[in-house]
Design a protein. Structure first.
Length: 212
C-alpha cells in the first residue's frame, strides 16, 4: 500500500505531465524518450484466454505448460518514443547490469541510435524518462544525462503503471511471445525483435497520451 507521501508524488507527477502537455502540446510528447529493462523467458505460458479451446464435454482438459525454474531468459533493454522503438538491446547472459553498464548503453547504443533514427530530437531537446531503479539514479548515469543536456522527467516511486514500458510496450510484446518455446538465447532475441516489429505503430502515441 502506498504511503500518503507516495500518493502525493504520483498526483504531482500527473499534474506536472498534464500541465506541460497543455502548454506545449505534441511538442512535449514528441520529445520524450522512455526506457526500461525486462526479462524475456524461453517459455512464457499462455494466459487462460489464450489457451482456451473448444472440446467435447467428456474430453479431458489439456495439461497446462508450466515454466521450469532456472529456464533460459534474456534481459531486454528498450527505449522508445511516440514514433516507435529507438533501441532494442538484448543484454548478454551473465552480464552484470550496474550503473557503469547502463551508462555505456546510453553512450554507445542509445545516443547513436537517436542520432540515426531521430536526429531532430538531439537539436530540439530530449526529455528523458526512466523509473527510479538504483542503476538509473546513480551519479554516473545522471552525470551523463546532464552532460547531454537531456532533461530528466521525474518518476514517482512504486509506480509502474505510470511507466510506458511497463503498461504498454512490455505487456504487448510479451503477449506476442506467450505460448512459444525458445531453445537458445538467439531464438529469444529474434522472436522479441519480431514481436516488437509487429506492434501497431499508432499505439506508441496512445502510450504517452495515457500518461495524461
Amino acid at each position: 500500500m502506498l504511503t500518503d507521501e507516495q500518493k502525493e508524488s504520483r498526483v504531482n507527477f500527473s499534474r506536472n505531465f498534464l500541465r506541460r502537455f497543455q502548454t506545449e502540446q505534441n511538442d512535449f510528447l514528441g520529445r520524450i524518450i522512455t526506457g526500461d529493462e525486462t526479462w524475456v523467458y524461453s517459455l512464457d505460458p499462455e494466459t487462460k484466454r489464450q489457451s482456451a479451446e473448444w472440446r467435447d464435454f467428456d474430453e479431458p482438459r489439456p495439461e497446462k505448460v508450466q515454466r521450469k525454474q532456472g529456464a533460459l531468459k534474456v534481459i531486454h533493454m528498450n527505449f522508445f518514443d511516440m514514433n516507435g522503438v529507438i533501441l532494442r538491446w538484448p543484454i548478454p547472459i551473465g552480464t552484470t547490469i550496474n550503473a557503469q553498464y547502463y551508462k555505456k548503453v546510453l553512450q554507445d547504443k542509445l545516443r547513436p541510435a537517436i542520432r540515426k533514427k531521430r536526429p531532430g530530437l538531439l537539436e530540439s531537446g530530449i526529455l528523458f524518462h526512466h523509473d527510479n531503479a538504483p542503476v538509473h539514479k546513480a551519479r554516473a548515469v545522471t552525470d551523463v544525462l546532464a552532460g547531454y543536456k537531456w532533461e530528466l522527467l521525474e518518476h514517482p516511486r512504486y509506480s509502474p503503471d505510470l511507466a510506458p514500458c511497463d503498461f504498454h510496450l512490455f505487456p504487448k510484446m510479451k503477449e506476442h511471445l506467450r505460448g512459444q518455446r525458445f531453445e537458445t538465447e538467439e531464438d529469444i532475441i529474434q522472436a522479441t525483435k519480431v514481436a516488437i516489429k509487429n506492434l501497431d505503430k499508432c499505439s506508441y502515441v496512445t502510450a504517452f497520451k495515457d500518461c495524461l
